[in-house]
Design a protein around this ligand. Structure first.
Ligand code: NAD
Length: 296
C-alpha cells in the first residue's frame, strides 16, 4: 500500500484517483472544487484540506490539472515546499513542454524525482483504468514511475528525459487533429460525389487511406458504433481540448523552429469551429462545418 497525494480531481483526475484507491492505496485527495473532493471520497479517497496537507507524508504525488500555469503554481508554491524529498512527483496534465521542463528542473534542484506523464484516452479510459501514459523522466526513475501509474494504465511508455512525455503527447494529438480533418474532408467529398458513406468506409479502411480516425473513430455514424458520431457528437474528445493541444503544438513548433503548416491549418479550422459555438462537441463533429451544414 502506497500513500498517494492526488491533486486535481476533475473529469480525468476523479476516475484516476478512484482507481488508485481501488488498488488499495491510501489516497489523500485535493481539488479547489469541494464537489470534486466529495466525489473522490465516495470512491475511497481521503479528503485533504489543501495541497500542503495532501502531500505532507506522501510517497507519490500525482497531479491532473488544466494547464501549465496551474502546474507551475501547484508545484512551486505548494508541493515542493511541503512534500517529503523522498516523494516521487508525477504530473499527468497535458501542458507545454517548457513548463514541464521548468518544473522538472525546479523539482530536481529541490532534491525530488519528477516525471511528466500525460495521457492518451479520454474520461472513459480514466474511469476504466486503461489510459496510455507517455513518460518523460530520468531512465533510472522509469520503473518506479511505471509501477505508480499501473492502476490507471493500459500501457506506460518511456518517451525520454524531462518534457519528452509532453512532446510525444502534442505531436500525437497534432497528427490526430490533421488526420481527422483529412478523414472528414474525404467523407464530405465522397458524399458530394454520390458515394455511400459505408461503401467508402469499407474501401478506405482496407486501402492506403486507412487510419485511426477512420477505423476507430469514424466521423460519420454507422460504421464504427462506439464513435461519438453515433450519439450526436456528444462526449468523446471535445473540440476545445483538441484546440488546446493544437495550440500547444504550434507554440512548441514556433519555439523549436519546426515547419508544421498542416498543424497550423488544423488549429485554424478547429478555432473557427469553436468560434461557431461548437467547442463542447466531439472533435469529429468538424465534418459538419466541412459539409457546410453550419452557419459560417
Ligand atoms: P478538468 O477541468 O475537468 O479538471 C481539472 C481540475 O483541476 C478541476 O477539478 C480544477 O478544480 C482542478 N484545479 C485547478 N487548479 C487547481 C489547484 N490549484 N489546486 C487543486 N485543484 C485545481 O480537466 P480534465 O478534463 O480532468 O483534464 C485535466 C488534464 O488532462 C488537462 O491538462 C487535459 O488537457 C488533460 N486531458 C484531458 C482529457 C479529456 O478527455 N478530458 C484527455 C487527455 C488529457
Amino acid at each position: 500500500m502506497t500513500r498517494i497525494a492526488f491533486i486535481g480531481l476533475g473529469n480525468m483526475g476523479g476516475g484516476m484517483a478512484a482507481n488508485q484507491a481501488k488498488a488499495q492505496h491510501q489516497v489523500a485527495a485535493f481539488d479547489l472544487s469541494e464537489a470534486a473532493v466529495a466525489r473522490a471520497v465516495e470512491h475511497g479517497c481521503r479528503a485533504a484540506g489543501s495541497v500542503a496537507e495532501a502531500v505532507k507524508d506522501a510517497e507519490v504525488v500525482i497531479t491532473m490539472l488544466p494547464a501549465g500555469a496551474h502546474v507551475r503554481a501547484v508545484y512551486g508554491d505548494h508541493v515542493l515546499p511541503h512534500a517529503p524529498k523522498s516523494a516521487l512527483l508525477i504530473d499527468c496534465s497535458t501542458i507545454d513542454v517548457e513548463s514541464a521542463r521548468a518544473v522538472a528542473k525546479q523539482a530536481a534542484e529541490a532534491g525530488f524525482r519528477f516525471a511528466d506523464a500525460p495521457v492518451s484516452g479520454g474520461t472513459a479510459a480514466a474511469d476504466a483504468g486503461t489510459l496510455a501514459f507517455m513518460v518523460g523522466c530520468e531512465a533510472a526513475d522509469f520503473a518506479v514511475v511505471e509501477a505508480a501509474l499501473q492502476p490507471m494504465a493500459r500501457v506506460v511508455i518511456h518517451a525520454g528525459s524531462s518534457g519528452a512525455g509532453q512532446a510525444a503527447k502534442i505531436c500525437n494529438n497534432m497528427l490526430l487533429g490533421i488526420s481527422m480533418l483529412g478523414t472528414c474532408e474525404a467523407f464530405a467529398l465522397a458524399e458530394k460525389l454520390g458515394l455511400e458513406a459505408d461503401r467508402f468506409f469499407e474501401i478506405a479502411s482496407k486501402s492506403s487511406g486507412q487510419c485511426w480516425s477512420i477505423t476507430s473513430y469514424c466521423p460519420v455514424p454507422g460504421p464504427v458504433p462506439a464513435a461519438p458520431s453515433n450519439r450526436g457528437y456528444a462526449g468523446g474528445f471535445a473540440t476545445a481540448m483538441m484546440l488546446k493541444d493544437l495550440k500547444l503544438a504550434q507554440d512548441a513548433a514556433a519555439k523549436a523552429g519546426a515547419a508544421t503548416p498542416l498543424g497550423a491549418q488544423a488549429e485554424a479550422l478547429y478555432a473557427l469551429f469553436e468560434r461557431l459555438g461548437h467547442g463542447g462537441k466531439d472533435f469529429s463533429a468538424v465534418i459538419q462545418m466541412l459539409r457546410g451544414q453550419l452557419d459560417a
